[in-house]
Design a protein around this ligand. Structure first.
Ligand SMILES: *Cc1c(COP(=O)(O)O)cnc(C)c1O
Length: 394
């Protein structure tokens, strides 16, 4: 039986202060310490600030090299990347798509944009990702194979795909989830928006499923202002991704011929210029974020009732957002800890409201979600910027 710690809030604030110092600290600030001004100026001087230009091609090539994905298509944001990835994975109107209840709303929204319905699944405490054991048991019980597709027996709808998300940068249990997707005939699309620089074994997250997606929003590990990318090893899917995200325009010197309803989702060259400069600093950012984790872990080693989320075994996390997890006996400290940290100037945030508790998604199908609900009530993200542990600030 774990005892409650009456001094948990005071001790936690002191632990954060011992790591980040007495000054106020943001949750996650971008860091522009490289060639950002140089590349953005070069982009503006070239006049190619929009959807054509050398920085888009360079950014895609450098992302491919960094992640090991054979193909990368840069897009306007991570949500658009997910939307197109789901379409390319075969998701059509009327389908259901398995997504974690514990995620940012973009994962569920992308399913809705396809005219499909998100079907919420539970998470595991070790990785904060989709629980493969509980999901396998649930699908075995509630779905059946009909004419080569997996059907939800309760709704009669086809379950087309599974979208694991690598929560706060920690890789989901991909071997088990890939096995499950294979056994149930589901397309696996990874929402790797939070996990640029995170590896499952020696494979970069977002490259294990048929498609994966990244985000370069202002609060992510690197930023292009707004931006995202689709990763795939499949040349045909990559070509389709580029086509769909560039209004489905057929290549031609001057004519406007579009062969389907596409999207204006291409990343502008101006944003890609910022991205190229950010990517050069990514290894240093990850080193700083991992060092920050070690310092937090040491500081919280002496605070009973709360721990810092650690990367799952066999994985290497980018530690995008550092996460405090209260143990169950101390869950009642959640709100006072949030309030105390924020009042002390250390910007802290609860986890997302689980999707099935949000108005647009409260009527969607879902499996029992005890772990997602429990984690959501016990997690707090604390200051995580790479700048907090950058060289010269150690
Ligand atoms: C950030 C994020 C996205 C994509 O966000 P955009 O702001 O559209 O780039 C998608 N899923 C998750 C889990 C995210 O954290």
């Amino acid at each position: 039986m774990v005892k409650t710690n009456p001094d948990l809030v005071v001790q936690s604030i002191a632990a954060v202060r011992s790591v980040v110092g007495a000054q106020p600290a943001a949750l996650h600030e971008p860091r522009f310490a490289g060639r950002e001004w140089q590349y953005v100026k070069e982009c503006i001087d070239s006049t190619f600030v929009s959807s054509v230009g050398r920085f888009v091609d360079l950014f895609e090539a450098q992302l491919a090299e960094y992640t090991g994905a054979r193909h990368v298509v840069a897009v306007v944001n991570g949500t658009a990347a997910l939307h197109v990835a789901l379409r390319l994975a075969g998701v059509i109107a009327g389908d259901e798509v398995l997504v974690p209840a514990l995620t940012f709303i973009a994962t569920a929204n992308a399913v809705s944009y396809c005219g499909a319905t998100p079907h919420f699944v539970d998470s595991e405490a070790a990785s904060l990702g989709v629980d493969p054991i509980a999901l396998r048991e649930y699908l075995t019980r509630t779905t059946e194979q009909r004419l080569g597709v997996r059907v939800n027996k309760a709704t009669g709808r086809i379950i087309r795909a599974l979208v694991p998300m690598h929560t706060f940068g920690h890789p989901a249990p991909m071997a088990e989830l890939l096995g499950l997707a294979r056994d149930f005939g589901l397309a696996l699309v990874e929402d790797a928006a939070e996990s640029l620089g995170s590896y499952y074994g020696d494979q970069h997250t977002g490259t294990l499923g048929v498609l994966g997606t990244l985000s370069f929003n202002g609060n992510k590990t690197i930023t292009t202002g707004g931006g995202g990318a689709i990763l795939t090893n499949d040349s045909a899917l990559a070509a389709r991704a580029k086509h769909l995200t560039t209004t489905a325009k057929l290549p031609h010197g001057w004519q406007y011929v579009h062969d389907e309803v596409g999207y204006n989702y291409r990343l502008p060259n101006l944003n890609a210029a910022l991205g190229c400069a950010q990517l050069e600093q990514l290894p240093a950012f990850i080193e700083a974020k991992r060092a920050l984790y070690s310092r937090y872990a040491a500081a919280f080693g002496g605070v009973s009732g709360v721990a810092i989320q650690r990367e799952p075994g066999g994985c290497r996390s980018n530690y995008w957002l550092q996460t405090l997890v209260l143990d169950e006996a101390n869950a009642s400290h959640h709100d006072s800890l949030l309030q105390g940290l924020n009042q002390a100037g250390f910007m802290s945030r609860p986890s997302w409201t689980p999707m099935h508790q949000l108005m647009p998604y409260e009527h969607c199908p879902r499996m029992p979600l005890p772990v997602a609900e429990s984690l959501a009530a016990r997690m707090i993200n604390i200051p995580s910027s790479a700048g907090l542990c950058a060289p010269g600030k150690a």
